[in-house]
Design a protein. Structure first.
Length: 642
């Protein structure tokens, strides 16, 4: 069966999504289509070989090495070389670690363990896309053994066994997206059902009504294409995924394959034009190369970002490199017989060689001698995060009971609570440094993607609503709490109703005021529209002035005008204090990413670094916002602002 057209649909969806996500907000489902295709093709071969007693696990892995390794190794080596010139020492160490995990096919686990707000932005990680290859290879370690055992002892239950295991995986995936969305996305047990959908297709007998009816097969294929098309626009990065939502594209792909594939049905012919078939042929190399090229382009243009024309050129370059990879690497290796070429030795030696080279980069601390001291200091700012993020900040859905939240400083005068989403983590740590000898206790209650509002459901954090209701009750009833600082990154909640957010925020303020608490409402902290540490480092490398880069102050003010006006109105009507961080982070023209006397003010696009947070904390204390009276002295004067 020729399914190159379906491969083309998958790879085009992914590439367009990665280059222009607003065009196809659900384009990431191309990976899920690839899973179905892979499951169908690989399982068909395994079933045939097992049923004829010709299955060999070594031969199976020889074929997998022949198909996967050569182009993958070439891409990894190029990424390591290019990264030497572009990446900071810490990022170069990370890319080396990612290279090892990609080579050994556990990069999905690597990215799961290293995901978080304190990590580099996804689009700046050139090997992030290898997670899907790791999922496949982990699956194919287990699946051939599973098929062999089922065939030997209960062959008639093969399809039922696959459906049962697939259903369990699907159920686990749906549960996991509520408790560990990152784990659900990256880890194989929660993705296995997608591959198993493909694995079930060869085992399902085609009913006579379908086999004998061209119209029925056409209808099934069109329904499959419609499901995939709907996925591209109905789903988005805000959709809890995979879980049940992944059935829309994966079942759609399965319907196209089951109906007869490219060229034999109306839906198949729709995706079987010559360009689609050509794209399908190079789809593996296109997938391998497009992401590093886009990622390096974004790394190379940190402060302004790539233009639309540059992104188009990058996609065209990726297609050109993919075509070369197909003809110069994939095809020559595919022509080699597994009986004559030592694929197992080739794969093992390649894995060992690349892993040793990558390990050397890690051992050499990312080779910092490539850059001067000022550039190194700018790059290092991506690690200028709160030392208490690990134990005290609640990320990826993890929740701490009120009594288990962190008291960062202890005293007997009053207790200040910083209740915020991730925008408050560094502020809490900076405040604790400044009040530690004052007798003021400071408690951190911060949670990723979970702002201090009630009565609102957040798709990215399904347990946020209940947790916030418990937090509000606990803070309101705690007699030790005197002052509560409320802070959130309004720009992070695109998919929640503006009115619902405002109502939920106002409920928190009103409840705390009724409980006799002093409230400080902090307006929006400016966001950078680029990766700041790399941008500052590149400016320094090129001999330019990094204090001149940052979003336009009027654009920042306009972007958050409604939210900041709401904060001010809520503060005035409730008798609460409010504070505008733009007085700290912005000057008359821009909100700079860098100050010569302080350093880089943000460790990523949306979070102030500890250096930036100390500026904000100092101003809050100097203006009396942290305690009922401005009794604290700090090393940073209130005039030390932009």
């Amino acid at each position: 069966m020729d399914i190159q057209g379906l491969r083309a649909v998958a790879v085009v969806s992914v590439v367009v999504f990665h280059a222009f996500p607003r065009l196809v907000p659900g384009g990431f489902i191309g990976v899920d289509i690839f899973f179905v295709i892979s499951g169908f093709l690989i399982s068909s071969t395994i079933y045939r070989d097992v049923s004829t007693n010709r299955f060999s696990i070594l031969e199976f892995y020889r074929r997998r090495i022949r198909r996967i390794f050569p182009a993958l190794f070439a891409m990894l080596m190029v990424v390591i070389i290019v990264s030497y010139f572009l990446l900071s020492p810490s990022a170069y160490q990370e890319i080396a670690r990612n290279t090892i995990s990609s080579t050994l096919f556990f990069s999905n686990i690597d990215f799961f363990l290293s995901s978080g707000y304190f990590d580099r932005a996804a689009e700046l990680r050139p090997l992030l896309h290898t997670w899907s290859l790791s999922v496949e290879e982990q699956f194919y370690i287990v699946f051939p053994v599973f098929v062999f055992v089922i065939h030997r002892y209960m062959n008639r239950l093969m399809l039922l066994s696959i459906l049962v295991v697939g259903s369990i995986s699907l159920a686990l995936s749906q549960v996991a997206i509520n408790y560990s969305p990152t784990g659900a996305y990256f880890l194989t047990p929660f993705r296995a059902f997608e591959l198993l959908i493909g694995c079930s297709i060869p085992l399902i007998a085609v009913p006579n009504w379908l086999a004998g009816s061209r119209a029925a097969r056409d209808g099934l294929s069109i329904a499959g294409l419609t499901s995939i098309a709907a996925s591209l626009f109905v789903l988005s990065p805000a959709t809890p995924f995979p879980g049940f939502a992944a059935l829309l594209p994966t079942v759609g792909a399965a319907m196209i394959i089951f109906a007869g594939g490219s060229g034999r049905t109306l839906g198949g012919r729709a995706i079987s034009s010559a360009p689609f078939v050509a794209l399908g042929a190079v789809s593996y190399s296109f997938y391998l190369w497009h992401w590093p090229i886009l990622s390096f382009l974004r790394i190379w243009t940190p402060s302004i970002g790539p233009t639309a024309s540059e992104l188009v050129l990058a996609v065209m370059a990726a297609l050109a490199v993919a075509t070369a990879s197909y003809w110069l690497i994939e095809r020559p290796f595919a022509a080699k017989a597994t009986t004559t070429f030592p694929f197992l030795r080739f794969g093992t030696m390649g894995m060992v060689t690349i892993s040793i080279a990558a390990f050397a980069i890690v051992a050499l601390n990312g080779i910092p001698g490539r850059f001067g001291p000022s550039v190194l200091a700018a790059f290092a700012a991506d690690q200028d995060i709160s030392p208490m993020r690990g134990p005290c900040h609640q990320s990826d859905g993890r929740r701490l009971a009120y009594d288990a939240t962190c008291l960062l400083s202890v005293g007997d005068k009053s207790e200040v609570v910083v209740w915020a989403d991730s925008h408050g983590a560094e502020l809490a740590a900076a405040l604790s440094e400044l009040v530690k000898d004052s007798g003021i206790a400071l408690r951190q209650i911060t949670a990723s993607s979970c702002p201090p509002v009630v009565s609102v459901d957040f798709r990215a954090r399904p347990n946020c609503r209940a947790a916030n209701e418990d937090t509000l009750k606990s803070v309101a009833s705690d007699p030790d709490v005197d002052t509560v600082l409320l802070l959130m990154n309004r720009s992070a909640y695109y998919f929640e109703s503006e009115e619902d957010l405002e109502d939920g925020y106002r409920q928190v303020v009103d409840s705390l005021r009724k409980a006799g608490k002093r409230i400080v409402l902090i307006k929006q902290i400016p966001n950078m529209d680029f990766e700041p540490t790399g941008a500052v480092a590149f400016e320094l490398m090129l001999g330019r002035d990094p204090t001149t880069i940052g979003p336009n102050v009027e654009e920042v003010r306009a972007r958050f005008s409604r939210w900041n006006a709401f904060i001010e109105d809520t503060g005035t009507s409730s008798g609460s204090d409010y504070f505008d961080p733009m007085a700290v982070f912005c000057n008359d023209t821009i909100c700079p990413a860098y100050r010569r006397d302080v350093g880089v003010l943000f460790f990523n696009e949306t979070h102030p670094s500890m250096s930036g947070a100390r500026l904000l904390a100092s101003r809050l204390i100097a203006t009396g916002e942290v305690a009922p009276a401005p009794t604290l002295q700090t090393s940073l004067s209130p005039e030390n602002s932009l």
